[in-house]
Design a protein around this ligand. Structure first.
Ligand code: ZN
Length: 45
């Protein structure tokens, strides 16, 4: 097989049980990604 370049197809957004925003995406080859966005307002650091 030749090198495969993943094409990330957005699968939508979700929210974890911790209240974080999660973006799901996948490629036709079956690879999936989960990107978590930190949405907390904790700026104490
Ligand atoms: Zn792929």
């Amino acid at each position: 097989m030749s090198d495969h370049v993943h094409v990330r197809i957005n699968q939508g957004l979700g929210v974890t049980e911790d209240g974080e925003l999660v973006e799901h995406s996948y490629c036709r080859c079956g690879t999936t990604w989960t990107k978590v966005y930190q949405v907390e307002d904790d700026a104490s650091e």
